[in-house]
Design a binder for this molecule. Sequence first.
Ligand SMILES: C[S@@+](CC[C@H](N)C(=O)[O-])C[C@H]1O[C@@H](n2cnc3c(N)ncnc32)[C@H](O)[C@@H]1O
Length: 400
Amino acid sequence: MSDPEAAPPKSLPELLISIERPGEYLVANPLVRTYALGDLSFVQLLSALRSPPGRQELERDFPGTPFRVVDATIPPFRDGLLGDPTALDREAPLEDAPPLDLDEALELSRRLMLTVDDEEMYAAHRGARKNVLDRAHRGTLHQRVGEYVMLGLRSDVDDWWVAQKFSEDRREPRPGLYSDVQFRFMESYYDAARVGGMRVLDFGCGPGLFARLFARNGATVVGLDTNPGHLQTAARLSEQDGLAERTEYLELELPVAKGLEVLGDQRFDLIFLSDVLMFYFHPYDAQLELDPVELLSGLAKLLAPGGTIAVLEPNGTFWQQPWLGDPERPFTIVTEHADRRYGVTPTLEQLSRAAEDSGLAIRRVRELVAQRSQAPDRANRFAQEFPVWWFFELSPPGGA
Ligand SMILES: C[S@@+](CC[C@H](N)C(=O)[O-])C[C@H]1O[C@@H](n2cnc3c(N)ncnc32)[C@H](O)[C@@H]1O
């Protein structure tokens, strides 16, 4: 039963509404990535809430109106970390949805934050979570991954990541953006002419995909990682590929400045970091004290004369942004930059400052886009237009 005293919520000014199919409208709150698919009555209801009417006016304007509307929001990590991050269920069926009454329609829009009762709570919602059960806050991407994987899938985050990036035997990247963009770039950039004969440190090497690439092309490689399971996999694969002589895998203990001592007085021509430096800006575990300058300046000391630090990172602007538009004409919506509440990648300036403060200069920047694919899909088209990774070469001023 409706409460005649209850003040209706307010519709949010930042909603986006687009036409999906005749008579079907997609209503999105891009700030929190929630979506509803509804009919015209639902859109009219949100429109009426823009200048909040009283309860009686609402009932007068929508007397017994049935609202057809469904929640079209899904977990952004359902297809893995490099799956579609939009959080939109593109197949959400509206046709068979049972009609909702006024209160049910208002309840759905509250839940999806298409309307708000309390502006302060809404503003606070975009903050970090205090713990994994804290639903009052949206949380960072790390926290949302943790919730999805640990509580939803009841799995270990490291195992989940490895299983979605790599083939079952962990030897190759699975088909998708990792192989189309990241691995393709690595194979063409780090050929034998570039790395043959080099001493390479693969920092945060995981199961050793890139360590083996360097070794196959004639480098001698040390892989460092904090995860002993990944190191075991990396050593097994190197052995199977006949690369054991050229590769060594060592466990990194934190804090990192101390942990790097495991390398003794070894010096490297190339120190490579893929998808790991970002943790030093935004640790996945709030208890971890990681500092990018401590890491980069520690690594800089391990460079041989003329050596380079190469950083391959999720792009600070486009990684994990919604894949919107037609697959053929993609666009995205960027909802935060300087004040990162959800994103966990450093900005270009933060990267640049960390390099400067570590006595390093940026020598080269590449933005990695996908090649045009034979079987174009939404992921590939988005990644052709928007770089999902970027790549930097750093070296001491006057070096390299
Ligand atoms: C996203 S994976 C990338 C692995 C590998 N570089 C690749 O691109 O396939 C991040 C890796 O960093 C390791 N890692 C996590 N925290 C770290 C830290 N504080 N220092 C170094 N490595 C860390 C993880 O165990 C994991 O193997």
